[in-house]
Design a binder for this molecule. Structure first.
Ligand SMILES: [Zn+2]
Length: 64
């Protein structure tokens, strides 16, 4: 059975070029995820790797 891999995706542009700040540096509050492509910040959803293409398609439909 194939193991499913989850990756973070930017809900704004659909990019998976996400930086997850290392934990432990800032004890006051947890850092949000950061999209390198559209500079979006926030808590990004984690989706199955093979759903990424589907997610991007849905985003495109929203823009149109
Ligand atoms: Zn983005």
């Amino acid at each position: 059975m194939k193991e499913k891999k989850f990756i973070k995706i930017c809900p704004k542009c659909g990019s998976t070029n996400i930086t997850i700040p290392p934990s432990g540096l800032d004890l006051k509050m947890s850092q949000p995820d950061y999209c390198k492509d559209c500079k979006n910040r926030g808590i990004f959803p984690e989706i199955e790797e093979d759903k990424v293409e589907y997610f991007k398609k849905v985003l495109k439909n929203k823009e149109a």
